[in-house]
Write a protein that binds this ligand. Structure first.
Ligand SMILES: Nc1ncnc2c1ncn2[C@@H]1O[C@H](COP(=O)(O)OP(=O)(O)O)[C@@H](O)[C@H]1O
Ligand SMILES: [Mg+2]
Length: 160
């Protein structure tokens, strides 16, 4: 697990050397800001000339991850700790990292199973990670109880 964590963190750093552009957005954990984050990332990626479908896929994945940080990580309580959304573009790929300093996830494997949720009262329950996995090429989650959560995702854009 620790090895995997290092591999991903290092990969994130190393790949940035090939980045043609980079952005970072820090938002308060309010649901009003979820749409802002999703649209900001969508606007940022337009320079890779994505199809509408690719834009929709990335927006959905960002929306799910940011929503999770707000409602699960920070338990819908707002507060001063941020959700940080970073993205960078290489020639044909968008790489995204979404981080919160919230309660964290005790069992990541179980949390990522389709339909698993700790909030069954919500709409579309338990499908957030499944959507991120379906709509992006790569998905990796680092978390632990009380340690916050980092979600890494990437997707090839254009050029198939
Ligand atoms: N950022 C996060 N912080 C804490 N827990 C999280 C976070 N993201 C996901 N989880 C946990 O993983 C579960 C599954 O997430 P997800 O697949 O998006 O389904 P849902 O959000 O509908 O519950 C959540 O119910 C929650 O327990
Ligand atoms: Mg969710």
């Amino acid at each position: 697990m620790v090895k995997q964590k290092e591999a991903w963190s290092n990969g994130w750093q190393m790949n940035q050397e090939e980045a043609v552009n980079r952005m970072e957005l820090k938002i308060m954990p309010l649901s009003e800001n979820e749409a802002f984050a999703r649209v900001a990332v969508a606007a940022f990626m337009t320079q890779l000339d994505p199809t509408l479908e690719e834009v929709e896929d990335v927006k959905t994945a960002v929306s799910e991850a940011v929503t999770n940080s707000i409602i699960h990580g920070y338990e819908n309580k707002g507060g001063n700790k941020p959700v940080v959304i970073e993205a960078y573009l290489t020639k044909r790929r968008i790489h995204i990292r979404i981080e919160d300093e919230g309660v964290g996830i005790e069992n990541i494997g179980r949390a990522m199973e389709p339909l698993f949720t700790t909030k069954p009262e919500l709409e579309r329950s338990g499908m957030g990670f499944a959507f991120m996995e379906a709509f992006m090429d790569e998905l990796h989650v680092e978390s632990g109880r009380g340690r916050g959560t980092v979600v890494y995702m990437s997707k090839q854009i254009g050029g198939q």
